[in-house]
Design a protein around this ligand. Structure first.
Ligand code: THU
Length: 140
């Protein structure tokens, strides 16, 4: 069973707005599909990010991983508690497989806010995104 802590409406709005600000910087000349993400670490620090594409398409870095790598590169104890992701779509944003694995690495008990372009959202857990994930626990 997943136990989730209640998040206030203000906190959700803050996370979605921060993700949207990240989206403003998206470098998406190929897909024209901007995505933004935000995270809150266990120390209550906030980071955001955008997708960064490349002419060699496979080198694209998703918004979620950009935000996470910014945090990890600036903080030893990342321990993500909240992550929001938003795209210009009527569907709720959905992290790709690679991002789900990276989210699990740095936020095994994170709550994930999946937003659409109208800022409607649903909240899931890291475990919901990647059930039965291979994690650092397996290597201990
Ligand atoms: N993208 C993200 O930034 N996050 C995801 O979780 C899904 C996909 C980006 C990658 C690429 O720049 C664009 O969306 C289209 O795939």
């Amino acid at each position: 069973m997943t136990v989730t802590k209640a998040i206030s409406d203000e906190q959700i709005k803050y996370m979605i707005d921060l993700a949207e600000q990240g989206k403003d910087n998206a470098y998406v000349p190929y897909s024209k599909y901007p995505v933004g993400a935000s995270i809150m670490t266990g120390d209550g620090e906030y980071f955001n990010g955008c997708n960064v594409e490349n002419a060699s398409f496979g080198l694209t870095n998703c918004a979620e991983r950009t935000a996470i790598f910014k945090a990890v590169s600036e903080s030893k104890k990342t321990n993500i508690k909240l992550l929001a992701v938003i795209a210009d779509s009527e569907n709720f944003a959905s992290p790709c497989g690679a991002c789900r694995q990276v989210i699990m690495e740095f936020g095994q008990d994170a709550q994930i806010i999946l937003a659409n372009k109208s800022k409607e959202y649903r909240i899931v857990s890291s475990e919901d995104l990647l059930p039965g994930a291979f994690t650092k626990n397996e290597l201990e």
